[in-house]
Design a protein around this ligand. Sequence first.
Ligand SMILES: CC(C)(COP(=O)(O)OP(=O)(O)OC[C@H]1O[C@@H](n2cnc3c(N)ncnc32)[C@H](O)[C@@H]1OP(=O)(O)O)[C@@H](O)C(=O)NCCC(=O)NCCS
Length: 155
Amino acid sequence: MTEKDIDTVLSIEKRVFKHPWSREYFHLIVSDMHNYMLTLRTGADIIGYGGYHLLRNRTSFLSTRHQYDSMIHLINIAIVPQKQHSGFGTFLMNTLINKARANTAEYCYLEVRPSNDRAFSFYRKRGFSIIGVIENYYPQECENALVMGMELGPS
Ligand SMILES: CC(C)(COP(=O)(O)OP(=O)(O)OC[C@H]1O[C@@H](n2cnc3c(N)ncnc32)[C@H](O)[C@@H]1OP(=O)(O)O)[C@@H](O)C(=O)NCCC(=O)NCCS
């Protein structure tokens, strides 16, 4: 994802999320050298996007025994509504995970709304499990976030 993709990404963001992120926030995300953001295209059309933030410090989660020297925080993943449920999200997620493994990341975590059944089911089928809850993470609806994580293992 580059600056010139942000208009299209924003138009998808507004269609798939009730509280879309702002243009300014996407500019920040794209300009952070620790972020790896991708757009997924069919031909010239952007049909999805997603990415992660690479963390290189010793971190552990209460629910896991290990300390990780390197892990990723999945920032976002979205597929344009008319292309959902056709395997594109899985392809994008696999691409991100493979890149993270190549960056020697050992663990991936993310936040998801408990009310987002499709995303929760998507992550669970990709091997993520619940490792925690952050209370009132989405203040507009007073909704908690489920934190889901997965060991990345070798490529
Ligand atoms: C979550 C998302 C990225 C998944 O992408 P996708 O391209 O639809 O996913 P896939 O086609 O690869 O489907 C994989 C799994 O996702 C789940 N899923 C995706 N769409 C679904 C739907 N319409 N109904 C039920 N389950 C669905 C299923 O578990 C599915 O597995 P299955 O094919 O065995 O049923 C996509 O639904 C999306 O963009 N949602 C809106 C944005 C969002 O909520 N992002 C996550 C923020 S935390």
